[in-house]
Ligand binder design. Structure first.
Ligand code: UD1
Length: 356
């Protein structure tokens, strides 16, 4: 079978690594990088560390408004699909690259597989939520990480082609955790002691588009009384400058460029707590047994909250401060996310070829 895999943004590189490895044992994979993320720290380092094959096509779309970015991807992907005539297109997660990949394929009647199908925040103001819903309603094969995701699809009337396969990000984490512990020197480089620091990331538009929310988050981090490693996403870097905040960041913040996968895993593994608006990091914190304070009002990974290892604090300074003091879960995680060969299961289902 000839399969085109479409990736473009940081979390998709992580998700595609285990699937691509399995897929290539039996099938021909053509890897397409849309170019949504293009800096080495946002893209190249992930290909290197996760040993992802060099893309066959790099569309070089880059940054732009949602319509322009998605439209440019759509046009370029159509050319690739016409040239390659694949049997299946695989898309990952919830970015504009996901939506463009699925839409380009269905318009050419090429079946679509969606890895990480069925997640919902029920917040339609998030671009990712629109991308998820539309992609799921276009896909022929829907690979769900959790039963919750399956239930969301059923509730929306998406019933055919739905498979509970487990979570490929768990697989990537399990595979790389020991490698990260061996290879990463990030704690030494930053002069940090195990559990003697916090890790924080912020990149969602709901936070970065609001000066007030950014100030509240940064003040809460500043008053935490611990070193806070703060790897800064390019968008966040830009808004901190625009809001006039870059020059007066609290002294306990250790501000770095976006980090590679291995350094980030090592850093999260050794942290006392994690504060983030990233979806993937909430789940990684859970798997690593590190308490997570989520800087959003909602989450797709409700299991982590239900199990008492994640709390939603929004951008409420008092609530963040309160959680930094009092949120200290100690019980064993219930391991909602399966890590026993999700990518293998995905490839088995693809190989059966039962999709239209
Ligand atoms: C995208 C995804 C989001 C995902 C995130 C991971 C969408 C709608 N959002 O958001 O779901 O969680 O990736 O990071 O697809 N930039 C650079 N260098 C880069 C990439 C981006 O400087 O390599 C800058 C650009 O100025 C751009 C901004 O970062 O304007 C945002 O990048 P973009 O790809 O539009 O969205 P993300 O915020 O990264």
């Amino acid at each position: 079978m000839k399969v085109v895999s479409v990736v473009g943004a940081r979390p998709q590189f992580i998700k595609c690594a285990p699937v691509s490895r399995e897929l290539r044992k039996e099938h021909e994979e053509i890897l397409v990088h849309t170019g949504q993320h293009y800096d080495r720290s946002m893209s190249g380092i992930f290909f290197q560390e996760l040993e992802i094959p060099t893309p066959d096509y790099h569309l070089g779309v880059g940054s732009a408004g949602h319509g322009r970015q998605t439209g440019a991807m759509l046009a370029a992907l159509e050319d690739v699909l016409l040239a390659e005539a694949p049997d299946l297109v695989i898309v990952y997660g919830d970015t504009n690259s996901t939506l463009a990949g699925a839409l380009a394929a269905v318009k050419l009647h090429v079946p679509v597989a969606h890895v990480e199908a069925g997640l919902r925040s029920f917040d339609r103001s998030m671009p990712e939520e629109i991308n998820r819903v539309l992609t799921d309603h276009m896909a022929d094969l829907l690979f769900c990480p959790t039963q919750t995701a399956v239930d969301h699809l059923l509730a929306e009337g998406v019933a055919g082609g739905v498979h509970l396969v487990g979570d490929v990000m768990v697989e990537a984490l399990e595979y790389n955790r020991a490698i990260a512990a061996r290879r990463s020197r990030i704690l030494e480089d930053l002069g940090l002691a195990e559990e003697g620091y916090l890790v924080a990331t912020v990149h969602r538009p709901a936070n970065t588009d609001s000066r007030g929310r950014m100030i509240a988050i940064i003040e809460a981090l500043g008053e935490s009384g611990r070193p806070v490693v703060f790897p800064v996403h390019p968008r966040t870097k830009q808004v901190l400058a625009d809001y006039g905040l870059s020059a007066s960041m609290p002294e306990n913040l250790i501000i770095t460029e976006p980090l590679g996968y291995l350094d980030m895993i090592r850093l999260m593994d050794g942290a006392e707590k994690i504060l983030t608006d990233s979806g993937g990091m909430q789940k990684e914190a859970y798997l690593l047994g590190v308490p997570c304070i989520t800087l959003r009002e909602n989450t797709e990974w409700v299991e982590t909250v239900e199990d008492g290892w994640n709390v939603l604090a929004g951008a409420d300074k008092e609530r963040i401060a309160d959680m930094l003091r009092h949120f200290n879960p100690k019980h064993a995680v219930r391991r909602f996310f399966r890590d026993d060969g999700s990518s293998r299961r995905i490839v088995e289902i693809i190989s059966r070829g039962s999709h239209p």
